[in-house]
Design a protein around this ligand. Sequence first.
Ligand code: ZN
Length: 264
Amino acid sequence: MPELAEVEFYRKQWDAGLRAKILSVELHARKRVFRGGKTRELRQHLTGSRFTESSARGKQMLFRFSGGNWLGLHLGMSGTLRVEPAEFRPEKHDHLLLRQVRRALVFRDPRLFGRVRFHHGKATPPWWSMAPEISSADFNANYVAEFLRRHSRAPIKAVLLLQHGFPGVGNWMADEILWRAKVAPAKRTGALTSTQVRALRRATRFVSSEAMRIIGRDFSDPPRSWLIHERWKAGGICPRHKTPLTRGTIGGRTTAWCTKCQPE
Ligand SMILES: [Zn+2]
């Protein structure tokens, strides 16, 4: 499932079409990615408009078009954004295509867990996330401590996955953050020490910015010293201790951790 940095990578693919006009819009209106949304308006308003701006917050992307038109995209489990030649014919899983003179901007999603939303209006859409980005100054110690306090009964692993608190953090990033902060994933959030809360914020910032720099740029792999390489492989070991990782389900998600780095 795409997380922060993968989303950034895909967002930038469509930037190839910035400043160019949309000649036509082709879409599979009945597919679940549209959730019965305003596909007719989407087609009418975007046709003839110009693609002016793109941004991402966590796992959500927002594309702006002239005339007060906004397209929200969420990649779900298997969505991708790609750029194809101008004469490209959409295939079965290409649920949205914006055709320009020189290229076609395509949203493909075989498993249909992604989402396409449309908004027409001067201001950003009401559904556009307001959670502070992890890289922003608002993601400060007070914000993190307060968010954790409001979810004090849940295991910390589950809280790290809440998109309105940690936008863009998914399963692998959460495990990487916990391992670096030396916090056991099942630990009740309210039982964290202030030192652990500080370590979690630091690790969240570090993993996010490094993932954006390394994966977000060209889909390169993080360094070998990261937990991500060991998480799923048989006999996966802690990169620090070289001892086997423990696995279990926490907050409904498969989790890997090192009992030496992250004692209960
Ligand atoms: Zn370890």
